[in-house]
Design a protein around this ligand. Structure first.
Ligand code: ADP
Ligand code: ASP
Ligand code: MG
Length: 403
């Protein structure tokens, strides 16, 4: 008999029929003698709709109330699945974040779970009940409702696995595992049976939203193995665990992409010590993260061009910070937000020379221009024109034998 977390995502709970189907999966596990904690997302589309409602009132809707609003979607699915389980003859009860409580710290809409009370839920599991907990929700020390970032139900599931010391943490979603690329956009993508935390963390931070990156980070930190599988098929899913146990037959494990970057180029910047610091200091003080940076060699020794990338949502703030920065001089600023970031990820890369070159060559063969580059031990990312995204992902897929 095992203690398990079963987390269901939004599409898996997207209709009443699907909620009943998810409840039947839970019932099957329960009938096999396991103790079950169910973690739920809101029904697919709900959180986006609630955000849209808030934006009709104000684009700067107050964040405390946004958290009260957004976390309501998970209350609905918690009650529906607990109700459905009871209807199927399984004793079940839901708890809201504040009833448990799930304690968080950090700012509204982007808090982190720091602890939760296990007593009542453990007693309930002992008494033969299935506990249902809403993902994404928390409560701050001051008693305010919080949320833990988009896709945060994954992080709730992992935190519960850790704090309740469960044997497994299973993420049920609408695809049957982690693929070499988004299977909905790249039909030739292949399912990955086993993947390391490090690779999964890179893939999810670089755009593979199948697992939320901070959930993977927590799982890695506490060595909590994860299973990603489908709510709709019985196929084996993907295991995410410590990389020591994985055989690296492929150099590249996956290709991720995201369209949430913007590129800024400052042309004719003075080429003297301290300029880069003067440009980036106000950005960092305003919590704008600079990702890639390229500085051209100045031909005359006086002026240079500086290119860097930031999150697209920060582009207006960044451009006004630069325009109002009295410490720097430049001729013109160019902003391009029609770019995408394409990344190849693989732990086998460290030991294989020539991967970066192979990536650049294959993009060149497709006549795709690289606008910026960044690398780490297990990934290479490039910024390209947004219109070439799928073409680039497909080509890299082929180049690295992932089809
Ligand atoms: P859930 O609602 O279950 O949390 P998400 O929509 O957050 O599901 O994540 C699942 C989606 O992630 C899939 O439908 C798929 O389109 C997308 N995705 C992106 N990259 C990948 C990948 N490499 N492998 C699998 N799915 C991916
Ligand atoms: N409902 C939240 C969201 O859409 C959390 C989640 O689905 O994991 O971001
Ligand atoms: Mg998700």
């Amino acid at each position: 008999m095992a203690k398990k977390v079963l987390k269901f995502g939004g599409t898996s709970l997207g209709s009443i029929e699907r909620i009943v189907h998810a409840a039947k999966i839970v019932k099957k596990e329960y009938n096999n003698g396991h103790k079950i904690i169910v973690v739920v997302s809101a029904m697919s589309g709900t959180t986006n709709n609630l955000i849209a409602h808030s934006e009709l009132i104000s684009k700067k809707f107050i964040k405390r109330e946004l958290d009260v609003l957004l976390t309501s979607g998970e209350q609905v699915t918690s009650a529906l699945i607990a109700g459905s389980l009871n209807d199927l003859g399984v004793k079940s009860k839901s708890w809201m974040n504040w009833q448990i409580p799930i304690l968080t710290e950090g700012e509204h809409t982007n808090s982190r779970i720091i602890n939760m009370n296990v007593k009542f839920i453990n007693e309930y599991l002992e008494s033969g009940g299935v506990a249902v907990i809403p993902g994404f929700q928390g409560i701050s020390k001051s008693g305010d409702i919080t949320s833990i970032g988009r896709g945060g139900s994954d992080a709730t599931a992992v935190a519960i696995a850790k704090i309740f010391d469960t044997d497994t943490c299973e993420i049920y979603t609408d695809v049957d595992g982690v693929y070499s690329s988004d299977p909905k956009k790249i039909p030739v993508a292949k399912k990955i049976n086993k993947i390391s935390y490090e690779e999964m963390l890179e893939l999810s931070s670089l755009g593979a939203k199948v697992m939320q990156s901070s959930a993977v980070q927590t799982a890695m930190m506490y060595d909590i193995p994860l299973k990603v599988k489908s709510t709709f098929t019985d196929r084996d899913g993907t295991e995410i665990f410590n990389q020591e146990n994985i055989d690296y037959s492929k150099v590249v494990t996956g290709v991720a992409y995201s369209k949430d970057d913007a590129k800024i180029t400052l042309i004719g910047v003075e080429d003297k010590p301290g300029v880069a610091a003067d440009i980036f200091e106000p950005l960092s003080k305003n919590e704008i993260n600079v990702d890639m940076v390229i500085q051209n060699i100045s031909s005359d020794g006086n002026k240079t061009d500086l290119t860097f990338t930031i999150k697209r949502q920060d582009k207006n703030t960044a451009s006004s910070l630069i325009k109002n920065n009295k410490k720097i001089k430049y001729e013109t600023m160019q902003m391009n937000d029609k770019v995408s970031k394409i990344s190849i990820v693989g732990a086998g890369m460290v030991a294989t020379p020539g991967v970066t070159y192979k990536m650049f060559r294959s993009l060149a063969e497709e006549k795709i221009n690289i606008l910026a580059i960044s690398t780490s031990e297990i990934k290479v990312s490039v910024i390209i024109d947004e219109s070439s995204t799928i073409q680039a992902v497909k080509k890299l897929h082929k180049t690295f034998n992932l089809d």
